[in-house]
Design a protein around this ligand. Structure first.
Ligand SMILES: [Fe+2]
Ligand SMILES: [Fe+2]
Length: 176
């Protein structure tokens, strides 16, 4: 937790109301903050809709935040949005994985070692929000190669375990 006026960046995965609908409210509350997103998001949307210019991250770019560092992965159309991408915490091994592994329902523990692929696949069977782009397996493999140990999901519990294995299992499920 920190006061908003100390925020340097407001980062997000892709342009959608639940991802960044409050972006300009955050920029108003955090006068030093810049929007942080992938270069495609900056080009097609954020530099038009945000009240301040974006700090656009290139694919694979690392950014030193002082005590922490982060890395950006472009993930076009995974699960959706040309501009989609993900931030990974450099040392903690946390992948902020947005809509990947979305679990339905309103009551979830904040962090679980239990299976989230089964529940997220059950949710996807009812409401398939994936673009099913041809490069999805390769994109998931790049995320797996970063070997996350925590998958910080936007919808549902965050998950702790062998993130590479679970990302590869997701790739198998998408292509099944
Ligand atoms: Fe989304
Ligand atoms: Fe979402």
């Amino acid at each position: 937790m920190l006061p908003p006026e100390r925020l340097r960046y407001v980062g997000f995965s892709h342009v959608e109301a639940d991802e960044c609908g409050s972006l300009n409210d955050w920029l108003a509350a955090a006068p030093q903050a810049e929007p942080m997103c992938g270069s495609v998001a900056a080009m097609v949307s954020v530099n038009d809709l945000a009240d301040r210019p974006a700090r656009a991250l290139a694919d694979g770019e690392r950014l030193d935040l002082g005590t922490h560092s982060i890395r950006w992965f472009d993930a076009p159309h995974l699960p959706h949005g040309w501009e989609c991408g993900y931030l990974m915490h450099g040392t903690a091994g946390t992948l902020f994985c947005g809509d990947l592994f979305s679990q339905g329902g309103a009551t979830h523990p904040p962090l679980t070692p239990s299976d989230i692929l089964g529940p997220s696949e059950a949710f996807r069977r009812v409401m398939d929000y994936y673009a099913h782009a041809p490069q999805s397996r390769a994109t998931l493999e790049r995320l797996a190669a970063a070997q996350p140990v925590t998958l910080a999901c936007m919808h549902g519990s965050a998950w702790q375990g062998d993130g590479a294995a679970l990302l590869r299992a997701l790739a198998d499920a998408l292509l099944a």
